[in-house]
Write a protein that binds this ligand. Sequence first.
Ligand code: ADP
Ligand code: 5GP
Length: 203
Amino acid sequence: MTMMKGNIFIFSGPSGAGKSTVIKGLKKRITGLGYSISHTSRPPRHNETNGVDYHFVDEDTFRRMIDQGAFIEWANVYGNLYGTSIRSLENRTEKGMDVVLDIDHHGAKNIKGLFPESVLIYILPPSIEILEQRLRSRDTDDSDVIDGRIKEAVNNLKNCEWYDYLIINDNLEKAVSETKAVVLSSRCRRSRMYPFVKEMLEI
Ligand code: ADP
Ligand code: 5GP
């Protein structure tokens, strides 16, 4: 039997909604899930590691990579450049691994256009007030950066309409369980978890 290519699960949502936290929880609860490490020109935060959270590069290097066609998609988000390299995505999906991407709505649209089977998941905070509390207590960004991100969150919320799934991250455990169900049901649909079903039905 030939191995199917892995699928792509795209997570988007306002900064501070809990995307990274939900993805971390999901990776602990499910096997065979890779993570696409983006490149960014944003400076690293105190708790971030190069090559783990992001590949941190300066803006010149990022722009050179754009010119070289290294990115499958890239965008300017909150004033910094972020991009998904072709290598970070294809290496894993070619091996049959599912891959999670944490990217903004522009990137999500681009990837969905290229890979229509991608599953789009939007993580929402329970309220804008709680979003602000989370951003401030995360203590990773300056106050003016947080203000800008909250403004963007309000302006961009309408984009959640065209996502396949909306997950409200009020309770972390519940949010992780819901996303796990999304991934498992997608695998089932693609007959990867139950290949015998595919064989039985000859599809
Ligand atoms: P994002 O990746 O969307 O920017 P993070 O995952 O960094 O957001 O989460 C922002 C902050 O909110 C972090 O400090 C995280 O620990 C906290 N957080 C995430 N989910 C929850 C939750 N369900 N309840 C309370 N705090 C949460
Ligand atoms: P942060 O600076 O908080 O890590 O990320 C800011 C935003 O950039 C988030 O919305 C995140 O989803 C988005 N982002 C991270 N990596 C990429 C990427 O490779 N491409 C795109 N388009 N957006 C990204």
